[in-house]
Design a binder for this molecule. Structure first.
Ligand SMILES: [Zn+2]
Length: 100
């Protein structure tokens, strides 16, 4: 899994930054904010953290580079653009190439 070393490194960095963001959102430390927006922001950061953790977990298993729908390998090109991509180019609805 040497190919993913760099990606994993990036994800760990991302996790760290997100954790720091969570600390920054803490209303007791920063300026008072409406409670709802604090929860919203915290929720978003937690979702990002979940995504990163999920990616790292799938990296450990062999499923990381496989399309969730067809099981074919996801091209590195797609993973480089979106490390969270779970679908190959053919199955991804947001593919740049129009599916005919
Ligand atoms: Zn696919």
């Amino acid at each position: 899994m040497k190919d993913y070393d760099e990606m994993r490194h990036d994800l760990i960095k991302m996790l760290k930054e997100l954790d720091e963001n969570l600390g920054g959102i803490n209303p007791e430390k920063s300026h008072p904010q409406p409670k709802e927006s604090v929860f919203d922001a915290e929720d978003k950061v937690r979702q990002e953290i979940d995504k990163v953790k999920l990616s790292m977990e799938s990296m450990d298993s062999d499923s990381y580079s496989q399309c969730l729908l067809c099981g074919k390998p996801i091209p590195q090109k797609i993973l480089a653009a979106n490390p969270f991509a779970g679908l190959c180019g053919k199955c991804s609805p947001s593919d740049d190439d129009p599916v005919v």
